[in-house]
Design a protein around this ligand. Structure first.
Ligand code: NAD
Length: 445
């Protein structure tokens, strides 16, 4: 099939590349000229395992193209995917300006039957708005062209996006026209060679809702466990043991019940907020979803407050080594990363930061922490430790899982670790003489 993917970010670039990998003829469009020029030269704008070789291979094969010219490519395709950002608006709702702008551009340029797919995460009712916007432009051009608007929300995880796209747990397709559903089924068939059961079809509104509910459910599990962790500390229980105790119940399961520094990233915070907003707009007060967000906001600062408390609320002139900046491992994405909030809290109280992250340091320097003076970036995790009062682990990268603890002890001023992701065994650290602070268990000093 001939596909146009509009918006070449995490979702657009991964989807477009994976569709090309399956033999489709794909053009990825973006308004960011620099990004498109870079991609044409083989420069991949994001870090995502496995993406670079797949892009290069498909460009070489002639199945994947990049362009800034939406109007040219929309004329020559079977399906157009809208994969632009839907950031958090000022009032918490999803900002649809980019999605509707693309819809307008599609209506201004299309000249034949087309399936338009909302792949961006958009609130219930957006497909109707996209349809109306396109129709309005067609009416202005006095054209009578049939088109469908389909909802096909994306469930990929940054850091494992290629795997998720190539071997999806499920693909949700919401369409009102059986012909459009048939075409989408055909497009996704190569991704489900053993069984098509995992292609779930439904009406458009339910599909739009499914994406928000999936993210809100996952965020709920995280906030629930973080709240449990905070109670565990108060009552002298160990959340790591409680986690295993409850996860062994197959009705609960082990996934997404790890306590930590709260969820971040480009999706959970904004999607939880947008679902809350949708509910209130319809006159419903979403108590649980609101609490999920409140617990997360508080959780982001739990590690920072532990540090301040350990140093008697006097952080002036003290240096801390930060291991990990990205909101999760295997990505350079720092959007809403807990590290931003923790580092700012420490710096505002006079602390100095020596940071290392395997992939996200450029993002930190150029965008998220660019206004901070008291922060330096280092080429290795061990270099951050020199002259620091403590090491603070904020992202669970594999290279942090089994470090040389003697080297950590040797380099730090004091042998103290604050772990925002509960990566280490406290008994082992205790035997090594390292003071170990984690989430959901009190530290024996
Ligand atoms: P992103 O910010 O990485 O990329 C969006 C891209 O769209 C940018 O490159 C931007 O320049 C481009 N763009 C904006 N307006 C445009 C226009 N008029 N024409 C062409 N290009 C335009 O965003 P993302 O992380 O890929 O997310 C896209 C959507 O997918 C969002 O709704 C998001 O919630 C959803 N989503 C994201 C993830 C994820 O893990 N990142 C997962 C599932 C769903």
């Amino acid at each position: 099939m001939r596909l146009t993917v509009i918006g070449t970010g995490y979702v657009g670039l991964v989807s477009g590349t994976c569709f090309a990998e399956m033999g489709n003829e794909v053009t990825c469009i973006d308004i960011d000229q620099k990004k498109i020029e870079g991609l044409k030269k083989g420069i991949i704008p994001i870090y995502e395992p496995g993406l670079e070789p797949m892009v290069l291979r498909n460009v070489k094969n002639g199945t994947l193209h990049f362009s800034t010219d939406l109007s040219k490519h929309i004329k020559n395709c079977d399906i157009a995917f809208i994969a632009v950002g839907t950031p958090m608006g000022e009032d918490g709702s999803a900002d649809l300006q980019y999605v509707l702008k693309v819809a307008e551009q599609i209506g201004q340029s299309m000249d034949a039957t087309l399936i338009v797919v909302d792949k961006s995460t958009v609130p219930v009712g957006t497909a109707d708005k996209v349809r109306t916007t396109i129709q309005k432009e067609l009416d202005k051009r006095k054209l009578n062209i049939e088109f469908d608007v389909v909802s096909n929300p994306e469930f990929l995880k940054e850091g494992d996006a290629i795997n998720d796209f190539m071997k999806p747990d499920r693909v949700v397709v919401g369409a009102d026209n059986p012909e459009a559903t048939k075409k989408m089924r055909q497009l996704y068939a190569p991704f489900f060679r053993s069984s098509m059961d995992r292609l779930i079809t439904m009406d458009v509104r339910s599909a739009e809702m499914t994406k928000y509910v999936a993210n809100a459910m996952l965020a709920t599990k995280i906030s629930f466990m973080n709240e449990v962790a905070n109670i565990c500390e108060l009552v002298g229980a160990d959340v790591n043991k409680v986690r295993i105790g409850i996860g062994s119940d197959s009705r609960i399961g082990y996934s997404f019940i790890y306590p930590g520094s709260g969820y971040g990233g480009s999706c959970f915070p904004k999607d939880v907020k947008a679902l809350k907003k949708t509910a209130t707009e319809h006159g419903y007060i979403p108590q649980l979803i609101g609490a999920v967000e409140d617990v997360n906001d508080r959780q982001k600062l739990v590690v920072a407050k532990k540090i301040a408390q350990r140093f008697n609320e006097d952080l002036k002139g003290k240096t801390f080594a930060i291991w990990g900046l990205a909101f999760k491992p295997q990505t350079d994405d720092m959007r809403e990363a807990p590290a931003i909030y923790i580092i700012k809290y420490l710096v505002e109280r006079g602390a100095k930061i020596q940071a290392y992250d395997p992939k996200a340091m450029n993002e930190a320097k150029e965008f998220y922490l660019k206004d901070l003076d008291n922060i330096s970036y280092h080429d290795s995790k061990y270099d951050t430790l020199n002259g620091a009062e403590a090491m603070v682990l904020l992202t669970e990268w594999k290279e942090f899982r089994s470090p040389d603890f003697n080297e950590i002890k040797k380099r730090l001023n004091k042998a103290i670790i604050f772990d925002g992701r509960n990566q280490y065994n406290d008994t082992i650290l205790e035997e090594l003489g390292i003071e170990y602070h984690q989430i959901g268990k009190t530290t024996k000093n």
